[in-house]
Design a protein around this ligand. Structure first.
Ligand code: FAD
Ligand code: UDP
Length: 372
């Protein structure tokens, strides 16, 4: 059998493109993934305790893009959920992103109120200030506050997560969790937020259930590429691996997830608690906060960051900094020479994309380059 497209990777990038190509162009697709399941890093499943867990860490859907929300809403209903995160700061659980509520948790009321007034005067209400920007302050109290947040929320967490200090990694990384001049404790302020009512894997089952789509799991594309016939390829795996690392290694960070279950209905107050300065793990996720559950047990996962080594673990995060960006550009030039291969996705584009961005990028790739 001959396929019009070979798609490598059944995460959001590959699965959205498979769905578009099959349903809109009526073309035949073979989608291949190394793993035993579809869904890429968004894969979830119901564990022995009856709790839907995210195999690769907490996945919360949030977006400003109505187009992306509407597209995915064809494949799922949404459970309304607003993510709230607490960070353990010297034993006190403090809302993160650090906001006015956090101030009152860690400082005496009088001083917290002085800092709140200073932040309002300098930035106004509802502004998101990246920690590295806040540190540029010359006001003595605001500088003290910035140093406090840097020390208690950012530096330890970032060292664990990336093996680098906040200033050694692209500014945009710590800017994902800015200081927020507000009382809003939610982790995201996007218009559209939620958890798929039946989980993420069900979305992927629907995306891929079309007679034009053939799914092949537990298969590295390199092992079958000589044996199958296809016209074009869409590649969503690691970019350097595709080119046999001719320009050297593009580094990624990986994680080890340690799952544990308890005979109790609650382990922690919110779905995610961060541990910037204690323990070797960065955060604990308790999954039953995401979706209602009848279970009388609970399941948590601790995340231990580590370097990615091909063949040993999975590449989860590109590491955005100047050196890696330059290397990526060398690979991008190689990619541009190949007319019949499209490179799409968090690994293939070496970008710290969220789910909604990946879906948006895949839809755009389809409209601009594939359907033409
Ligand atoms: P992936 O999901 O990584 O899929 C790529 C697939 O390609 C993989 O399944 C892989 O097995 C396969 N593959 C690679 N090489 C080969 C090969 N040679 N042969 C066959 N198959 C291959 N985003 C959010 O919006 N909200 C969140 O809360 C959130 N939390 C996250 C938490 C963690 C810990 C991580 C790691 C990511 C999180 N994300 C979150 C980001 C989200 O996971 C990604 O945006 C999304 O999964 C990217 O989709 P993708 O298709 O590009 O890549
Ligand atoms: N971060 C931090 N302390 C926190 C939360 C986040 O230092 O309590 C920094 C850290 O560098 C992290 C980055 O902000 O990698 C982005 O955090 P986010 O929660 O977006 O990470 P993700 O969920 O993508 O792993």
């Amino acid at each position: 059998m001959k396929f019009d497209y070979l798609i490598v990777g059944a995460g959001f990038a590959g699965s959205v493109l498979a769905e578009r190509i099959a349903t809109q162009l009526n073309k035949k697709v073979l989608i291949v993934d190394k793993r035993f399941h579809i869904g890429g890093n968004c894969y979830d499943y119901t564990d022995d305790n009856g709790i839907l867990v995210h195999q690769y860490g907490p996945h919360i859907f949030h977006t400003q893009a109505k187009k992306v929300w509407d597209y995915l809403s064809q494949f799922t209903e949404w459970h309304p959920y607003f993510h709230r995160v607490l960070a353990d700061v010297e034993g006190i659980k403090v809302p993160v992103p650090f906001n006015f509520n956090s101030l009152y948790k860690v400082f005496p009321e009088g001083y917290a109120s002085k800092l709140e007034a200073l932040l309002l005067e300098k930035y106004g209400f509802g502004l998101k200030v990246p920690i590295l920007k806040l540190m540029e302050n010359d006001n003595k109290d605001l500088k003290f506050l910035a140093d406090y947040i840097y020390k208690h929320v950012f530096v330890g967490y970032t060292m664990k997560q990336w093996g680098l200090k906040p200033e050694e990694i692209d500014f945009s990384v710590t800017a994902r969790v800015p200081v927020y001049t507000s009382r809003d404790d939610r982790y995201f302020q996007d218009t559209y937020q939620g958890i798929p009512q039946k989980g993420y894997t069900k979305i992927f089952e629907k995306l891929l259930s079309h007679p034009n789509i053939h799914v092949l799991l537990k298969t590295d594309y390199k092992d079958i590429i000589e044996d199958i016939k296809f016209d074009k390829m869409i590649y969503t795996g690691a970019l350097d691996t595709f080119f046999d690392k001719i320009h050297g290694e593009l580094p990624y960070r990986s994680l080890i997830f340690d799952f544990k279950s308890y005979n109790q209905t609650k382990f922690q107050e919110v779905a995610q608690v961060n541990y910037p300065n204690s323990h070797d793990y960065t955060r604990i996720t308790e999954f039953r906060h995401f979706l209602p559950s009848e279970s009388n047990k609970t399941t948590i996962a601790k995340e231990y960051p580590t370097n990615y080594k091909e063949g040993l673990n999975d590449p989860y995060y590109p590491i955005p900094n100047d050196e890696n960006h330059k290397r990526y550009e060398l690979y991008k030039k190689e990619a541009e020479k190949l007319n019949n291969v499209f490179f799409v996705g968090r690994l293939a584009e070496y970008k710290y994309y969220n789910m909604d961005q990946i879906v948006g990028v895949a839809l755009m790739e389809f409209e601009k380059n594939i359907s033409k």
